[in-house]
Design a protein around this ligand. Sequence first.
Ligand code: ASP
Ligand code: MG
Length: 418
Amino acid sequence: MKVYKFGGASVRNADGVRNLKHIIEGESELFIIVSAMGKTTNALETVFDAYRTGELKSAEQTIDSIAAYHQQIIDELFGTEYHLGSVESLIDELRRFVTTVPYDASRAEERYDRTVAFGELISTTIISEWLRSVGIANRWVDMRRCFVTQFRHKDANVLIEESSPLLRRKVAGSAERVFVGQGFIGSAADGSTTTLGREGSDYSAAVVAHILDAESMTVWKDVDGILNADPKRFPDAQKIDALNYVDTIELAYSGAQIIHPKTIKPLQNKSIPLYVRPFGNKEASGTKIDGTAEDVKLPIIILKGNQSLLTLRSRDLSFVLEEKFPIVFSILERFRIKTNLIHNSAVALNLCTEQSWRLKEAADALQAEGFDTAINDNVELLTIRNHTEEALKSYTFSERNIVKQIDGQTVRVIMRKE
Ligand code: ASP
Ligand code: MG
């Protein structure tokens, strides 16, 4: 069995879906994991925000535009006379949920998961039905029935032991040998839908590969492979042909938009190679990740956007970190705030976090614990691995640096945005 993962950017329109078919043609034992089409998850987050703040009209308008966007892809793939009842039912279900189930702030993350999961349910339904209509027999798999996750909404991990028999049974019992499943979603033991963290479809594919002892996993992306920097920001970026698991985890953790950081472990544990290959060029080899590649020597530059700088000061100037750390991090955990860099001094703690609609609430909770707090949303996080004098000179800008940390090979800088 091979596992292929296709991201939202690849299947953002009908041409992308046709190209997916071109890529999978000829494969006989294949599990495909697909994300939501285009920017659908962002649109669903907008729906959720409107639902959360009671603006149901606006939530419905966004649902209308999500419906229209998918309808256009369906029309192009199947022809305008065709009605895909299964997608219409999903849209109806989403609309019914948002308009009839009252929002409950104490279950915010659970409600979020229920809303955003529709993106993957819709994309896989369209793709599975269309592949069938053009002669590729396949089985649509509801990953909520195969992935049992932690009881932790918005950022769950898959419980491999519990999930393995479910997924294996599903695959063993199917006459079709091409499977189409959703990335990003699963369900908790109580049956409620969970999500695995934004961009979590890579991780879904890795868990499928792990459970099914796949020979390989491939992520098809709109890049030539893994590069040492984002070519959109740094035009002299170079492709890396081979990477080991450890370097890849470091890169992913620092925010390289190549692969979700949770992806590597399930593959590494079973020595399953991971390929990152260009969606637009089936013949190109891309990057191979496994346990044998040598460490990368090239400086690797990663700029992570959507960051906030949260600064905490204790009011009595006695920042006794040993005592205060657990309080700080349990509050951040409660609001699902991810911290990417920690920098402390005697009186202040600087945290570079992912931007989140709950950061303000977390700051309020920290204030109640005796901290003064400040939030600065105008920052980004730069990481340079294998740094050289030259790389430091060209990529850090001292007038914009707020915090700079250096260890052996890696420099990390919280910078004010330009
Ligand atoms: N659709 C989800 C997201 O946009 C998951 C993924 O794309 O991997 O975050
Ligand atoms: Mg995505």
